[in-house]
Every structure is written in structure tokens, then in C-alpha cells.
Design a protein. Structure first.
Length: 612
């Protein structure tokens, strides 16, 4: 028997890796609007390349399904072709020997169900479905559809004020989104094909750090329409609606229940992530438009809601999700137990906690849980522990937030489900008791935790912070006649509510706690629809043009990341944690933009730009 060598296997692995890297880059940068049938065909071709050919379902079934897909993509298929795909996929799923085969069958069956409208359009209309059209990825995936390539190019040309004006065309909170946006615009950046997505938020941060938003003039208001618009809630969604409505010439009155404007940007995001003075820059710019009156500490009950709906031509309800959810735990009434919303809300009014020498346990795995944990460290806590019932990789918090929390000394105790809170003789919290879990089957897109046959874990805790979600305080508005489903307001696709002909609703109070940029998008949409309802079609001139595109730089670069102050330093104060982006870093990131609006699909259709 001859000698064996692993060299050939290593070489084969290297060659496979060299091929797979650009393939995975292409998958990661899949443009929004791509025909899902074409995507499924490509994935099935990959399955075909992986099969060993041993079993008949794989060897013969996959090529026949691919032939049917070819007919569909040529718009030369009828309903019998789709049924043939279904039968063959089911057979593949049921009889293939290994995962390569039965997973391919599952993929096809899931696609037939998920993209039924697309299959129907290919068969009966001979075209792709209406939403299957490639667009500029960053513009499309930004909920407010900000013209990202335009403001990047303005920063590249040294015109940061122009960049802020361009952002404000769709989003009046450039500073907020520069500091705390979760940047969904980067998810399908085509620069991924070359190296990595552009740091779009970092470029925006450079712009607002170079010139404050309230130092950049806003467009002139249109001539007064004589119409009155009420906005209930002064958070990102409400103030966005107020901004655009005022620019259109309507007289706006904002009813804000708290002492200051900003909503959860002020009362839900700690100052070390978003300094209040930076939030005020955006708010001053919005109010500087004119035509916006603010009534502070003005709670709106059912009677007041009815009065406002009668007295104003249009009403936008954007009260957010400012109530804290709790857990039905024994001992949850102990002193020292509070919701995350309660803690962060007090900080928004300048009431900082003193946790000196205390042990803090935080329940939850989202961004709010990380905010509470990092706030507790800054408040002097001796120990901070995050108890989460799933795995670390299942946490919904941003990876950067989790990494920063760990760097600051916060312990993550995953696969621990809280079951009760222990009290001492005086009724104070003294420990959080958790039941260990193990990870089980995937449910609703995430592996579900299951009780493990292990003893309970005791986490010493003087303070227990519950960060498991936010609630909508909808009762007064339901009493006034607005419809709600599990406290979320019900609205049609235009954000209009039933039982009123002039009331709109949007943001967190309609779809639950999401992100700042999604709330902004809802406010922008509401303002446009209110303007239409009032009989107008205002077009606002923001006085800024898109610079001519430079030639693409196709050399691969490392992505510039926004750095934070050292953990040993930043965890001792509430000062802003991020470091400035330098001019050299901003220039490199701007230069990496491929200007898809000019060189890509945008040049053909303008989709993702003028349409918004």
C-alpha cells in the first residue's frame, strides 16, 4: 500500500477557498430587487455542483428542476412547469441520501411558497413581478431613501454643509443618524465585491462633526397654506413630519408629553452614545424652519385627542413606544428592580443613578440591554452581569455594542433564563435566579432555548434592570376611537387610521420598537400623504446638486472603522465614546464609493433617487 500525503488535500482546499471568497462576496452584495427565481436557480446550480452523483434524486432530479427554472426565466412556462418543480423538489426532499440533496429540495419548496407572486407573474404575465427591479442598494435599503451616493460625493468634494443639506432632503436628523443609526444602507453595498461595505455612517459622522447641523441653513418655507397640522409626539417620527409639513407651508403644532423634544433619542439612548447637545443641534435646525409651535409637558388624553382631530386639518400620532415591558417573575416587586425604559428615561432628564458598590443584573440581549449595562458601569456599579436566555450570537444588539460592553468589563451570562428575584428581609433585591438553557430547534428564524437539566444559577444583584422590550401607551387613543391591535395602532398603507378622515399614525407606536431611521421614514411618509390629503403637491427645493462622479478606485482597501476611546477610560464617565473620523479616513471611505447611481443601474433607471 502506497504512502499517503495530505498535501493534495491542502492544495485543493486552498483552491476552493480562492474560488469561494469572491463567490461569497457576490452573495453578500446581492442587489435588492433581484428576481428571486434567478437567485434560486443560481443557488440550485451550486447544489448541483456539490452533489456526488451517488443517489438518483440528486443526480437526475436537480438538473431537471434547473431545466424548468430555465423555462420560467425565459417566460416560456405554464402552470404545469411550476407543478413539476414542486413534485420533483418534494421527491428530492423526501428521498435524497444526504443534506446536499434534501436541503436543495427544501430550498426549492420554500421558494415556491415565499415567492408565489413572482412565479405567478412569470407564468401568467410573462414578466418579473413589479418589485423585481434592481435599484441603487444603499438608497433602497435606507428606510428614508436618503441619496447616499450624493452626500458621499459632496463630502469627497469638501462640501460638508452641502452633504448635510442633501441628507436633510429626506432626513432632518443628520446628526442623530451619524451617531446612532444602525446603517441598514450598508447591508448590500456593492463595494463588498471588491473589499468591504463603505462606512456610510462614518462618512456622515465626519460631515456633522466638521460643521454642526444647526449651522447649515434649511430651505425656505413655502407660502403659507393656512392649513393646521397637529403632531402628537416630539420624537424622531413626529419631528420629521413637523419639519416637512412646515417646509410645505402648513402651520404645525407639536404636543410633547415630556420636558424636551427628542423622544427615545433623548429618553432611551444614553449620553455616552448620543450627547444631548448633539441631539439639540438637529432639533434647533428643525425648529429654525419656522411655523412650528411646541407645547411641552402636554399629555393627550381621549378628550384632547378628539378636540385636536376636530380643530386641526390633519393629525399625525407618533407617540413612540415609551413604556417599559416587564416579566412575570416572583420578586419583581422588590426594591431595586426597574425597567430599562424607567432608568434611561430619568437619565434623559439629567437624573443619573448612583450604583456605587452595587451589583447589577440586566435581563435581555438587545441594544437597550447593552445601554443599561454600560450605563450601570458608568454609574459606579461594582459588577454588571447580563443574563440572556439565548446564545451570544443570538443577541439582537449590534455586534459593536456587545463588544464594547465586554471590553468595559460586563459579563455576559448566556443560556440563562431568569426565573425569580430573591429579596432580603427588608424587601430589597439581592439576587437573580436563572435556569440554565441549551439551544434547540429553530423557531421563527432563531434557535429556541430549552430548559437544561442543570441546577439553577444564582447571580448576586442589588439592582435588577429588565430590558425585554417597550410598550405602547395606546389606551387614551383607543378610547378616542383609534383602532389598535395588541396596543399597536392599526393604519393602512398610507398611514391613515380608521374612524377618522384626517388622522395618521406611524413609527414605533404602529409597528413596535424599531430604529431611529425607520421612525424618520414614517414621519417623512406621513408628511407627504398629509400634504396630498390637504390638496397639495409641494416640491421642496433644497438647493443642492449632485457632484459629477469621479472615476472608480477599484483597488482593495481596509474598511475604516469608527474607533472608541479606550475602555479603561470611557467606562468611568458619560462622555461621548467615539473618536472623530479624520479627514484622511473620510477621504479614503468616500473614494471607495462606486457611485452606483451613475455607473450602475441608477444610470439606466434613476431608481432609488428621483422616485423618492
Amino acid at each position: 500500500m502506497g504512502k499517503l500525503s495530505i498535501g493534495s488535500y491542502v492544495d485543493d482546499a486552498k483552491r476552493a477557498g480562492a474560488f469561494l471568497e469572491p463567490y461569497m462576496r457576490r452573495v453578500e452584495s446581492m442587489p435588492p430587487g433581484t428576481c428571486p427565481i434567478a437567485v434560486q436557480q443560481a443557488m440550485l446550480q451550486t447544489c448541483a455542483a456539490q452533489t456526488c452523483g451517488k443517489c438518483t434524486p440528486c443526480r437526475e432530479g436537480i438538473p431537471k428542476i434547473l431545466a424548468d427554472y430555465e423555462l420560467l426565466l425565459d417566460f416560456d412556462a405554464d402552470a404545469s412547469v411550476v407543478e413539476d418543480i414542486r413534485k420533483r423538489a418534494q421527491l428530492l426532499c423526501d428521498t435524497a441520501d444526504c443534506a446536499i440533496g434534501y436541503h436543495a429540495g427544501e430550498l426549492v419548496l420554500e421558494g415556491l411558497k415565499e415567492f408565489a407572486a413572482e412565479f405567478d407573474s412569470h407564468v401568467n404575465r410573462g414578466v418579473c413581478a413589479d418589485n423585481s427591479e434592481q435599484t441603487v442598494p444603499c438608497v433602497t435599503l435606507c428606510p428614508a431613501h436618503v441619496n447616499v451616493p450624493a452626500y458621499i460625493s459632496l463630502v469627497q468634494e469638501g462640501d460638508c454643509a452641502g452633504a448635510i443639506k442633501m441628507i436633510r432632503k429626506d432626513n432632518p436628523f443628520p446628526t442623530a443618524c451619524a451617531l446612532v443609526c444602525e446603517h441598514p444602507c450598508e447591508a448590500r453595498c456593492r463595494r463588498t465585491l471588491v473589499d468591504a461595505p463603505i462606512n456610510i455612517r462614518g462618512i456622515k459622522k465626519f460631515a456633522v462633526d466638521t460643521i454642526a447641523a444647526d449651522k447649515v441653513e434649511t430651505p425656505a418655507r413655502a407660502e403659507s397654506t393656512g392649513k393646521k397640522v397637529a403632531v402628537i409626539g416630539g420624537g424622531p417620527s413626529g419631528m420629521t413630519c413637523a419639519y416637512f409639513s412646515a417646509l410645505m407651508g402648513h402651520d404645525v403644532t407639536v404636543f410633547e408629553g415630556r420636558k424636551k423634544l427628542g423622544g427615545m433619542m433623548r429618553y432611551g439612548i444614553p449620553a455616552y452614545r448620543f450627547p444631548r447637545e448633539r441631539l439639540d443641534e438637529d432639533i434647533r435646525a428643525i425648529l429654525g424652519v419656522g411655523g412650528i409651535e411646541v407645547n411641552y409637558e402636554h399629555a393627550v388624553d381621549a378628550a384632547e385627542m378628539k378636540r385636536i382631530a376636530d380643530e386641526f386639518d390633519a393629525v399625525y400620532v407618533a407617540i413612540g413606544a415609551q413604556g417599559g415591558k416587564t416579566l412575570a417573575l416572583d420578586g419583581a416587586d422588590a426594591a431595586g428592580v426597574m425597567s430599562a425604559v424607567e432608568l434611561l428615561g430619568k437619565i434623559g432628564d439629567g437624573e443619573y443613578p448612583d450604583f456605587t458598590g452595587k451589583k447589577v443584573a440586566v435581563i435581555g440581549g438587545g441594544n437597550v440591554a447593552m445601554d443599561c449595562a454600560r450605563t450601570s458601569i458608568r454609574a459606579g456599579a461594582e459588577e454588571v452581569t447580563v443574563a440572556y436566555r439565548r446564545r451570544l450570537e443570538d443577541m439582537t444588539a449590534l455586534d459593536a455594542e456587545i463588544e464594547s460592553a465586554i471590553a468595559e468589563g460586563i459579563e455576559m451570562m448566556c443560556l440563562q433564563a431568569p426565573v425569580r428575584i430573591e429579596k432580603d428581609a427588608e424587601g430589597n433585591a439581592c439576587a437573580l435566579i436563572c435556569q440554565p438553557q441549551y439551544i434547540g430547534a429553530v423557531k421563527r428564524g432563531r434557535p429556541a432555548p430549552v430548559n437544561a437539566a442543570k441546577p439553577e444559577i444564582r447571580i448576586d444583584a442589588d439592582i435588577v434592570l429588565i430590558a425585554v422590550g417597550q410598550a405602547i401607551e395606546s389606551a387614551p387613543f383607543e378610547e378616542a376611537g383609534m383602532e389598535a391591535d395588541r396596543t399597536f395602532f392599526v393604519a393602512d398603507e398610507y398611514l391613515a387610521v380608521k374612524n377618522f378622515d384626517n388622522v395618521y399614525v406611524g413609527g414605533d407606536c404602529q409597528w413596535g420598537p424599531k430604529t431611529v431611521i425607520m421612525a424618520i421614514a414614517a414621519g417623512k411618509t406621513a408628511a407627504r400623504n398629509i400634504d396630498t390629503m390637504l390638496g397639495f403637491d409641494h416640491q421642496i427645493d433644497f438647493g443642492i446638486e449632485v457632484p459629477q462622479a469621479r472615476r472608480n478606485d477599484r483597488c482593495a482597501y481596509g474598511r475604516v472603522q469608527v474607533a472608541e476611546r479606550p475602555a479603561r477610560e470611557r467606562k468611568n464617565d458619560f462622555d461621548y465614546v467615539e473618536c472623530p473620523v479624520s479627514a484622511e479616513e473620510a477621504a479614503q471611505e468616500c473614494g471607495r464609493c462606486l457611485r452606483c447611481d451613475v455607473f450602475g443601474i441608477g444610470a439606466l433607471t434613476g431608481r432609488g433617487l428621483e422616485q423618492w
